[in-house]
Design a protein around this ligand. Structure first.
Ligand SMILES: Nc1ncnc2c1ncn2[C@@H]1O[C@H](COP(=O)(O)OP(=O)(O)OP(=O)(O)O)[C@@H](O)[C@H]1O
Ligand code: SF4
Ligand SMILES: [Mg+2]
Length: 424
């Protein structure tokens, strides 16, 4: 079935009876806490398979997920997002650090100890084509968690699976169909139904829509949003750019090369991103509003590729691509510290901070242009500030020795999604 025909076959998510979850952590309380989490994949060589190095995929991260919230995690390809997702769902064993779920240390739980947790923490995978077994009917696929956990739902497995199908907007009569009979968007709905089967508390979704057509992405994101409201779910949603997570996240963590470089609530991040990398990511978000497309925006095109996680740069890992790097950035690693309430940043020269030099704010309008989700009054305030700042620094911007960030007029004028790739 083609993606286009999906609309016809997809019904609205049902207001499912009996779907309200019992939740132990009250909304806003910490559900998951991660401290100093690391995952180093060893690199082995030779006959004896001696370890000659390690891929430092996740290299010491701290964050918490609060009950009922959506935490978005963004960063370029290879920065360790999926590894982080697999660590917190305990599909991978950490090299160091701790993972606590509802106050319980689950970092090194064995298979038996993990069994109850498997019900509470579920993962939705990126690729709806490879994550569903083509030889099984969707009835078998969605009921697998019941079999694995030895759970007999009230009313029987078949009835519960059919209820789940209607919850995710699929026809319950399609219970006996095979994955190839569904479109990509519908398959992802099947993956979501499977993840919800055991009424989890935390759902980690690894790029849940990036394999789908843009037109279908919004439907699946909206479905996840509706289900969160209806079922009281807590989400960690992983994406490689901000355009997917911006509408649904309460807080956003920005990752770079195995580290979290900024963690803030959505509004703060959009209003005044403090890490230069966040600012670059935000400047790459297309502006959907046609009235604002002609407005001049500055796009920060990062130079070079992400360095190898086998030997990350010294000091601040972003210094090889940062237009603000100074000597200290090359030697001293900045720690993730709370510089404003609810906004943690790892940078020696943060943006939008009181001690910044005037030239630091030249690119402020880029962040402003990407901030269309922010409330109008916040935008108005930001626009006033930006105008004042722009006037103040006009001379610096015009001078040939101005800030070294790359900007191409073409890219600045364009909002085509493909120009996003320039910044990756
Ligand atoms: N099992 C593994 N063995 C060795 N290296 C791995 C393994 N899994 C991931 N890596 C490496 O760890 C780094 C982080 O990978 P990860 O898949 O977590 O990144 P990502 O941010 O999810 O990227 P993408 O956006 O492409 O999905 C990469 O360099 C990757 O090659
Ligand atoms: S610490 Fe230095 S190199 Fe790193 S992001 Fe901040 S200014 Fe740039
Ligand atoms: Mg990934």
């Amino acid at each position: 079935m083609s993606e286009k025909s999906e609309d016809a076959a997809v019904t609205n998510p049902a207001q499912s009876e009996g779907a309200v979850l019992s939740k132990d952590a009250a909304p806003g309380e910490t559900l998951l806490k991660v401290t100093g989490l690391q995952k180093h994949f060893p690199i082995r060589k030779g006959l004896l398979q001696r370890q000659v190095g390690a891929v430092r995929a996740v290299d010491g991260i701290d964050f918490e997920v609060r009950s009922g919230e959506t935490l978005g995690v963004v960063g370029e390809s290879g920065c360790g997002k999926s590894t982080m997702g697999r660590l917190i769902t305990r599909l991978l064993e950490p090299t160091a650090g701790t993972v606590e779920f509802e106050g319980k240390d689950i970092t090194h739980l064995g298979v038996g100890g993990m069994r109850p947790l498997r019900r509470d923490v579920q993962m939705i995978f990126q690729d709806p084509y490879s994550s569903l077994n083509p030889r099984h009917t969707i009835g078998t696929i969605i009921s697998a968690p019941f079999r694995l956990q030895g759970v007999e739902p009230e009313g029987g497995v078949k009835r519960e699976v059919q209820r789940l199908l209607s919850v995710v907007g699929l026809n319950p009569e399609h219970y006996n169909r095979y994955p190839h009979e569904f479109s990509g968007g519908q398959r992802q709905r099947i993956g979501i139904a499977r993840a919800l089967a055991l009424k989890p508390k935390l759902v980690v979704a690894d790029e849940p829509v990036s394999a789908l057509d843009v037109s279908i992405q919004a439907q699946v994101v909206n479905l996840m949003d509706d289900l969160q409201q209806e079922l009281g779910l807590t989400y960690v949603i992983i994406a490689h750019d901000l355009s997917v997570v911006r509408h649904v996240s309460d807080r956003i963590a920005v990752m770079y090369l195995g580290k979290i470089v900024e963690l803030a609530d959505r509004e703060s991040l959009y209003k005044a991103p403090m890490h230069p990398y966040t600012k670059a990511l935000m400047s790459a978000v297309p502006i959907p509003d046609p009235r604002r497309r002609s407005a001049k925006s500055e796009r920060i095109l990062l130079k070079g590729d992400v360095p190898s996680p086998i030997s990350p740069p010294s000091g601040c890992r972003f210094h090889t691509r940062c237009w603000k790097a100074t000597q200290i950035c090359t030697t001293v690693e900045p720690q993730l510290v709370e510089l404003k309430p609810g906004q943690r940043v790892a940078c020696h020269h943060p943006e939008n901070f009181e001690d910044q030099a005037p030239q630091d704010t030249v690119l402020l309008t880029a962040a402003k242009e990407a901030a269309e989700l922010v409330a109008d009054e916040v935008l108005a305030e930001s626009a006033t500030t930006s105008a004042a700042v722009a006037a103040e620094v006009a001379e610096v911007a015009a001078s040939p020795t101005g800030p070294a960030a790359e900007e191409t007029p073409d890219a600045a004028a364009s909002d085509e999604p493909e120009t996003d790739r320039d910044s990756k």
